[in-house]
Design a protein. Structure first.
Length: 292
């Protein structure tokens, strides 16, 4: 099962991190020195994705600008002989092969609707969905682990990345049931969005990485609105699971929910500590504040 295309839903309003996102897309908030969207773009590129599909909304044009060449910046860096910065900027904008596409979600109707907006670009082939506000700190990245898992399964298989959460918090997540297991991969035995306390089929939550078959688009086309009055991707996956197999992949790595303020701060610390040139200085600064 060849996965060539990845869909990045980036039309969300970022209400959990207001007022920072009033005029700036949450996907452009920086973790250390790169915006969120760059991290997930790099993750997809590492996984072999060839076509990057961004589903944008109003006030999101800066995302498209980020992945474009900027003549003035390139010329200035070259003139100053700043080779390191020049290489960093070029690396951000140069996928190894393929293309980058942008389409717009006209109204904030949920994740399922955002994925549906990419239907004409994706076409009739399996594809990945990558949520930009969820980062996974690991090498190889989460999506590469999923694509490697997909290569061991049938052509009409769907995959979701999952991670364990505390039992008392399962009501806050989409949760999947666990069927036959082989290592880190298992058959998904049902999915439920935010189950009532004490009713969750497991403690494995559905996270922001998916590999889906194109038949999901037909379901999303007529999908009724679910939780929050939005078209929920989980509802469509539950419907698709009646005719196709779903597998959960327990990925290796540390997930960071950067759509929340606490998660955003935690991600900056975690990713900063992984940078050799920043680690010692960051630890020293943190110790100053921890003394109080």
């Amino acid at each position: 099962m060849k996965i060539r295309k990845a869909v990045f839903p980036v039309a969300g309003l970022g209400t959990r991190v207001l007022p920072a996102t009033k005029a700036m897309p949450k996907e452009m908030l920086t973790i250390v020195d790169k915006p969120l969207i760059q991290y997930v773009y790099d993750e997809a590129r590492e996984a072999g994705i060839e076509h990057f599909v961004f589903v944008t909304g109003r006030n999101k044009a800066v995302i498209e600008d980020h992945f474009d060449r900027m003549f003035e910046l390139d010329t200035t860096l070259a003139a100053r002989g700043n080779k390191k910065a020049e290489q960093d900027v070029l690396a951000e904008n140069q996928p190894p092969a393929g293309a980058t596409s942008f389409t717009r979600q006209q109204a904030p109707l949920g994740l399922g609707h955002a994925v549906w907006c990419a239907r004409d670009i994706v076409g009739n082939e399996p594809f990945a969905v990558v949520l930009p506000d969820e980062l996974v700190l690991n090498t190889p990245g989460c999506l590469k682990q999923m694509i490697e898992a997909a290569s061991k399964l049938g052509e009409k298989s769907n995959l979701i990345a999952v991670e364990p959460v505390p039992e008392e918090l399962t009501h806050q997540y989409g949760i999947c049931g666990v069927g036959k297991r082989t290592g880190k991969i298992f058959e998904v035995d049902g999915m439920v969005e935010k189950p009532a306390k004490g009713t969750a089929p497991s403690n494995l939550s559905i996270t922001g990485r998916y590999i889906l078959q194109p038949e999901i688009f037909k379901i999303l086309e007529t999908q009724e609105r679910g939780a929050g009055g939005e078209i929920q991707l989980t509802d469509a996956m539950i419907a698709l699971a009646k005719s196709q197999s779903f597998y959960g992949v327990e990925f290796e790595g540390e997930r960071h929910d950067c759509g929340s303020k606490a998660g955003f701060l935690r991600a900056n610390i975690a990713f900063g500590l992984k940078r050799p040139e920043l680690r010692d200085g960051l630890i020293a600064e943190m110790k100053k504040y921890l003394k109080g």
